[in-house]
Design a protein around this ligand. Structure first.
Ligand SMILES: [Zn+2]
Ligand SMILES: [Zn+2]
Ligand SMILES: [Zn+2]
Length: 282
């Protein structure tokens, strides 16, 4: 039976016959910025068995490296599948079913976020694994941090911001909404006081998507590249920052896995960070 995938707003829908033959976590800075997550999980299957159901005319495209085109839903920012030769690489967080494959390893571990630790025993590759021999490594932006400030930016660099105060919370969220919004295994969200947050450039570039059926949930991405951006909530006086999009170390590590009750079957938590079925008790 085919496995289906869809975006957060429901415009983009597709199905994949499979079989899925690979599943890798990519820790490269471009994936982290595009997804706003600690890493992107891609499930690979033959491209010949991939079909759009809807929304393929509703995609934004951004060439993050020569020949490397990344696409996303222009309404909600969910990352679309990538095509690499005969293979389709589906962001596993956007899948609605179980692809029937489990994680095989980690790539671009040399670019891993400083606040994220890999705790499973799977193979780790500094860049591409040997199967991708000949593939070019991606350049990494080097960022120097001004003392006491946390900086972040989108994939194309048009949107940038800084935070001058400490983070209040950092949660890895496994809920379906965060998985779709980040097109990843889970989100890693930092919460700051809004008064400590400042856009440096590109605020008008940010597309905000408040999920219609949700009281508060929404996500925001850069119009040009689809990279995850912070979302300011004036009502609560807080700002939610997708940790994967940061250029500097926020000085906090994830404090909890939340909404673990909604975790997909294909993802296993292997670290010792506390887990909560939904929200932690106050
Ligand atoms: Zn969408
Ligand atoms: Zn990557
Ligand atoms: Zn951008």
């Amino acid at each position: 039976m085919a496995t289906q995938g869809s975006c957060l707003c429901g415009t983009m829908r597709y199905e994949i016959d499979g079989p899925f033959f690979m599943m890798m976590n990519c820790h490269c800075s471009m994936c982290r910025k595009h997804h706003g997550a600690p890493f992107a999980t891609f499930a690979g299957a033959p491209a010949s068995g991939f079909r759009w159901i809807s929304g393929d005319d509703h995609l934004g495209h951004y060439e993050s490296s020569p020949g490397g085109k990344r696409s996303f839903c222009i309404t909600c920012g969910t990352v679309a599948p990538l095509f690499m030769g005969e293979t389709v690489l589906v962001p596993a967080g956007a899948l609605d079913g179980d692809p029937g494959i489990r994680l095989q390893g980690h790539i671009f571990v040399g670019s891993k976020a400083p606040w994220h630790s890999i705790s499973d025993g799977l193979p780790q590759h500094e860049e591409y694994p040997p199967e991708f021999a000949g593939a070019k490594a991606v350049p990494r932006p080097s960022v120097s941090a001004e003392s006491g400030k946390t900086h972040g930016s989108c994939l194309c660099g048009e949107v940038a911001y800084e935070i001058s105060g400490p983070a209040m919370l950092m949660y890895q969220c496994h809920c379906r909404r965060c998985r779709k919004a980040r097109s990843a295994a889970h989100g890693a969200n930092l919460f700051y006081k809004a008064e400590h947050f400042r856009w440096l450039r590109g605020e008008s570039q940010v597309v905000d998507f408040p999920l219609p059926e949700a009281k508060r949930f929404g996500c925001a991405v850069c119009r040009t590249c689809g990279g995850s951006t912070p979302r300011v909530s004036a009502a609560s006086g807080t700002v939610v920052v997708p940790a994967g999009a940061l250029d500097t170390d926020p000085g906090m590590k994830p404090q909890a896995h939340i909404f673990v009750g909604s975790k997909p079957s294909w993802f296993e938590i292997t670290d010792s960070i506390p887990q909560f079925e939904e929200l932690p008790p106050r």
